[in-house]
Design a protein around this ligand. Structure first.
Ligand code: NAD
Length: 275
């Protein structure tokens, strides 16, 4: 009898025990369309060399935690899997090394890390000439829908003053959030404007015609909230997106990873997946 083909997407997770790394790994473990095949931790962690499942405080899965992405990608994989995708939610500064490891092994790369450095962006653009790379500061479907609705509202409400306010937990490092900037870019693109935004207003700072304001608020444990305000004389529209469970980002990243398998080399965003 011919064995049923395993077309699962092989997922490799750098930074396994980061908040997002852990959620991606657990989501991959629970998704019948994915297989969690590799993971890394920084060199000083005692879990290195042990079973990924045990590091996650779950049952063993027979795959080992490595100290580098190269080693994690070196492991033997069942040849019949659909393809290997590295899903990276770590810290800025890792993109070049991670992209090079993916190129060496022909793996695709999903990057959810925010606050990327200029060198990260250059490295990902260069890598995308050889492998499929998807970068998105927000992997939630609802956030992308909000950006699309904001673009529609900004062209429908002619001349509307657009201001975007985002709320995040007090540990978030970058501001304004990548998602707020993504929404602002969607509005600017729909209106045919340049994507330069006002990110602070203080002292004598009147509103300039057509400017788009993008402002961050930080505190407590807010997972992520974005409101796009569109003001015209006599009325205003508010579009709000709230995340209540950050595993939504992990599920979105796996959706992106499955979409990336078989894609041509190129630089993609979540919008490509949803379209
Ligand atoms: P975190 O600090 O909990 O986790 C980051 C982990 O990466 C840490 O455990 C760190 O040790 C590890 N790490 C860093 N460099 C590494 C390397 N070279 N090798 C192995 N591990 C390495 O942070 P978090 O809350 O998990 O967020 C991670 C990133 O994801 C942040 O940039 C955050 O803003 C972003 N994020 C993006 C989305 C999205 O939808 N795109 C959603 C949530 C968070």
């Amino acid at each position: 009898m011919i064995p049923k083909q395993d077309r699962r997407t092989a997922i490799v997770v750098p930074g396994l025990l980061g908040r997002m790394g852990r959620l991606v790994a657990l989501a991959a473990r629970d998704d019948a369309r994915c297989a969690l095949v590799g993971a890394t931790l920084r060199e000083d962690r005692p879990e290195i060399g042990g079973d990924i499942g045990l590091a996650l405080e779950k049952g063993p899965c027979g795959r080992v935690v490595h100290a580098t992405l190269e080693e994690a990608l070196e492991q033997e994989l069942p040849g019949h899997m659909a393809g290997t995708v590295v899903v990276d939610f770590t810290t800025p500064g890792n993109a070049r090394a991670h992209a090079q490891a993916c190129i060496a092994k022909g793996a695709a790369l999903v990057v959810g890390t925010t606050g990327l450095l200029p060198d990260d962006t250059i490295a990902l653009e260069q890598a995308s000439q050889q492998i499929p790379v998807l970068v998105s500061a927000n992997m939630s479907v609802g956030a992308h829908l909000t950006a699309r609705l904001a673009a529609l509202a900004a062209t429908t409400l002619e001349g509307a003053d657009v201001e975007i306010v985002e709320l995040h937990h007090k540990h978030k490092k970058d501001a304004p959030s990548g998602t707020a900037l993504m929404m602002a870019r969607a509005v600017a693109k729909a209106r045919g404007q340049k994507d330069t935004f006002r990110t602070a207003r203080s002292g004598d700072a009147p509103r300039v015609v057509d400017e788009i304001g993008v402002f961050g608020v930080r505190g407590g444990d807010v997972v992520g909230e974005h409101t796009v305000y569109l003001f015209v004389e006599g009325e205003r529209v508010e579009l709000t997106h709230r995340v209540s469970d950050r595993s939504i980002f992990a599920k979105g990243a796996l959706r992106a990873a499955r979409w990336l398998v078989g894609a041509r080399p190129g630089l993609y965003t979540m919008a490509d997946v949803l379209e």
